[in-house]
Design a protein around this ligand. Structure first.
Ligand SMILES: Cc1ncc(COP(=O)(O)O)c(C=O)c1O
Length: 407
């Protein structure tokens, strides 16, 4: 479906949709231990599920919920969920331990500390994943090297360093080449590569990372139930490589089988690899290339994660590519709530789905798509604010200064 609109949003319905194929690695049996692991960490708390009734009323929807990951582990983003689970799985594997039979406190005790101290992890990141890895390395008492693509904000590099135990380098390469560089360094030095995307021959650690992300979906589902909603009707997830979107979608597809919500992805225009893959008739994941200067730094990734792509191919109904203005709109909407709604601090990559929902639900030009999606006064929409103001200067420019306004 090609709906022309003044907002620069591209829309596609998924011809590969096949909801009966549920991803086993994201079912209750495989994800319950992940939730239990996170719950065992010091400082663990479920992040808030913020109910925005004022916004829902304005948009003529029944309910809008935002799972607010800006509060996760004090890291301002959800990514630590994947990092800490994957690092701990690697450590346990190396030490011949079972993550389900040992507590995190036991793992960090003197019994194992000498062995763990010698382990070195490496990753590439545009910010949030590196912060999660650095934090996890700090908790476990091992070391991490983190490489960032050219143009990365210094403040993000400092935040990674300060989150835990990592040496951070901003490279002269784009994101995808930085990932390749981190992988080469791992090979050369014998470090453990802990990357939040997968490719042929590198799937185990990304699978753990994706499973790590399901904790936020699991918490959200429980919180929704406590609010009296057995299931959402619509779930919007933003995508970079699609690992988070795949983890959340796959978990919720398993959980809500029988009353399946409509899943939708949102990506930055010019770097929309999930959109491009959904559009392609062959059903394979496709990379997009070229430079992209989006404000959505966390979503600026051109190669779909091979582990999560099949989940998205089977379960996403609608895919959107969005200009920066969509994300900026979402940031302002969440920062300036209506009525009794609480404010949510949402960064560029966290807010794009809110901006998209607001436009979809209210703009006359998007009425056809709104109706095709079944977005109406009976809809219960679940969004994930995946980051807070991880780039505070840019946050102020957009929210206070009105940068990237809709025309
Ligand atoms: C804030 C934020 N949201 C969403 C994403 C997208 O996650 P993925 O790359 O798994 O699609 C990222 C990735 O870094 C991110 O930092």
């Amino acid at each position: 479906m090609d709906v022309k609109n003044d907002y620069g949003i591209s829309i596609i319905s998924n011809q590969h949709y096949k909801s009966e194929e549920l991803p086993e690695f994201l079912n209750q049996e495989h994800t319950m231990p992940v939730l239990k692991f996170h719950q065992s960490l010091k400082g663990y708390e479920p992040t808030p599920l913020v109910r925005l009734d004022g916004l829902a009323e304005l948009l003529h929807l029944k309910a809008v919920f935002v799972k607010d990951e800006s509060r996760r582990f004090g890291l301002k983003a959800f990514k630590g969920l994947g990092g800490v689970y994957a690092l701990t799985k690697v450590v346990c594997k190396e030490l011949g331990l079972d993550i389900e039979k040992i507590t995190f406190q036991e793992l960090c005790s003197d019994t194992y500390s000498e062995q763990i101290k010698r382990m070195v992890f490496v990753t590439a990141t545009d910010g949030n994943h590196g912060k999660g890895v650095s934090w996890a390395a700090g908790l476990l008492g091992c070391k991490a090297y983190v490489y960032m693509p050219k143009g990365s904000a210094k403040i993000r590099a400092e935040a990674i360093q300060n989150a835990g135990r990592a040496e951070v380098t901003i490279t002269d390469k784009g994101y995808d080449d930085t990932v390749r560089y981190a992988s080469e360094m791992a090979e050369e030095k014998g470090w453990y590569l802990v990357q939040d995307t997968s490719w042929d021959g590198y799937t185990q650690i990304p699978t753990w990372i994706i499973q790590g992300y399901t904790t936020m979906a699991s918490e959200a589902a429980q919180q929704l139930e406590a609010e009296g909603f057995p299931a959402p009707t619509h779930v919007f997830v933003q995508a970079g490589v699609g690992a988070m979107a795949g983890g959340v979608t796959g978990y919720l597809a398993n959980r809500y089988h029988g009353q399946m919500p409509v899943f939708a992805t949102a990506e930055p225009e010019d770097m929309a690899c999930i959109f491009a893959s959904i559009k392609s008739p062959d059903g394979a994941g496709h990379a997009v290339t070229g430079e992209c200067h989006t404000i959505m730094a966390g979503l600026n990734c051109g190669e779909p994660c091979t582990v999560s792509w099949p989940v998205l191919r089977n379960h996403v109904r609608w895919s959107f590519s969005c200009p920066d203005e969509t994300a900026a709109l979402g940031m302002r909407i969440l920062a300036a709530p209506i009525g009794d709604d609480l404010p949510v601090i949402s960064g560029e990559s966290g807010a794009v789905t809110t901006g998209l929902l607001a436009l979809l639900a209210s703009c006359p030009q998007l009425e056809e798509i709104r109706s095709a999606m079944g977005l109406n006064e009976d809809s219960v929409v679940l969004l994930f604010n995946t980051e807070g103001d991880t780039d505070p200067e840019n946050y102020q420019r957009i929210v206070y200064g009105g940068a990237h306004a809709l025309l």
